[in-house]
Write a new protein. Structure first.
Length: 156
């Protein structure tokens, strides 16, 4: 068994409500151990076995059964989360916010367009992508965060 962190995409917004006590119950019903949540964030920590794909799949099905809506989930080990947090693909100054986007799978190589300047970003792993630096509100998106990528992602 290993400690994992589950990030639920787009919950507790509008009608997509997931009470954290029920999220804990769903995880325990799946056989996960030592389950706890962080505030009302849709983030859950638990201990379990199995591949990332199998854990995400089981959790997504159980959450849809419990809450009645699709709940895309990104599961990472503590080491993977730590690696993403420690990565510094661009400078982070005092007062800046560092966002990390979790992806279901590695993005495809971006297609070059002569109408767009080429941009380079680094990826700490095949399933995370840096999204912005600074306050983020005024930062341009990077290739990993564009809505047109066709990839489901969850930024934290």
């Amino acid at each position: 068994m290993s400690v994992r962190v589950g990030f639920l995409r787009a919950v507790n917004l509008g009608k997509r409500r997931v009470p954290m006590s029920r999220l804990v119950s769903v995880c325990e019903d799946l056989g996960f151990a030592d389950v706890w949540t962080w505030v009302n964030s849709g983030n859950v920590v638990f201990d379990t076995t199995g591949s990332r794909v199998s854990v995400e799949g089981a959790l997504e099905l159980a959450l849809e059964d419990e809450f009645g809506f699709e709940c895309t989930t990104f599961v990472r080990t503590v080491a993977e989360v730590r690696s993403a947090l420690d990565a510094r693909p661009f400078p982070v100054e005092a007062g800046d916010t560092h966002f990390v986007t979790f992806l279901k799978k590695a993005p495809e190589r971006p297609r070059r367009s002569s109408s767009r300047p080429s941009r380079t970003t680094s990826r700490p792993s095949s399933s995370t992508a840096p999204t912005c630096t600074g306050g983020c509100a005024g930062s341009p998106p990077t290739p990993g965060s564009r809505s047109g990528t066709g990839r489901r992602s969850s930024g934290r």
